[in-house]
Design a protein around this ligand. Sequence first.
Ligand code: PLP
Length: 341
Amino acid sequence: MTRYVDLRSDTVTQPTSEMREAMANAEVGDDGFGEDPTIRALEEKFAALVGKDEALFVPSGVMANQIAVRVLTRPGDVIVAGRSQHVVSFEMGASARNSSVQFALVDDASGELALEDVMDVIDAEQDHQVHVAMVAVENTHMPSGGTPWNTRHLVSLARALDGRPIHMDGARLFNAAVATGEQPRDIAAPATTVMACLSKGLCAPVGSVLAGSQSLMSAARVERKRLGGTMRQAGVLAAAGLVALDTMVQRLGDDHARARRLADMFAAAFPESDYDPTTCRTNIVSFNHPQARQIVHELSELGVRGGTIAPRRVRFVTHAGVTDDDLDVVEEVLTSFAPMN
Ligand SMILES: Cc1ncc(COP(=O)(O)O)c(C=O)c1O
């Protein structure tokens, strides 16, 4: 098999040996009856970490987002969100299909939503426009290059929303925490509901966790069932999630440092992209280039795999399976590749 450096996504990570051992020894029960002690332990741990009453273990990040949409909206409502966010662009129209809601899209090129843009949509309710049920934010914001939100900005937004809920897609919440040096509970405080994925940079094989108030999480349990997401002896999965939270958070800093090195390499190899490598603050290198698809294809032929997330936007992601030696390989490939531009 040809060896390649896999920078397609942090979802390609493998469970650690400690996770595999914890999975083999996990105490389990029927979670449909609330009887899986390992799932309960994971839910309690996550709820405490993000400072919410309760949490719910779900099979995927998409399901966590979709349950949040179900519990925070009614059919016909509007969600204000950034136009490139996962819940808008990468969930196959699930919010429309599952919850009969529509999005009011605002600019999110920087990774954040401008307060004025969000409040304009809400202000338009006075002009006979549709009810805004919630605001969805993504932290870190994947398409802009894994950008962490400025928590003070989010606090201002929550204050302006005056009780209207915010759902935080924190698929990479712990990347945001490591990059900013803030506690997950402080980052999540302005949000009504928050989810995080255990199966990306944290290397667990499966699972995400959604947290919020007791009443919202009771409603979320019903929606999880409706979406077919109630699992049974899934403590074998939650066991890996617990190891992920206990052992894999701090090491995300290594992924960030490697992504920054990668960002410098790409900025040097493709100066015409005007990519500013200092915008890379976590584990994602992403920039616009007119030949994005061709670049990804040709690099892949040379053993460096990445992807495109829009017609002219490339993305390369670091994770626990990427070493410094791998980056040396990428550097060599990019050096030979650059003159082709
Ligand atoms: C920002 C963001 N939200 C949600 C998800 C969905 O997670 P999952 O693939 O576990 O459904 C992803 C996955 O790539 C993501 O990047």
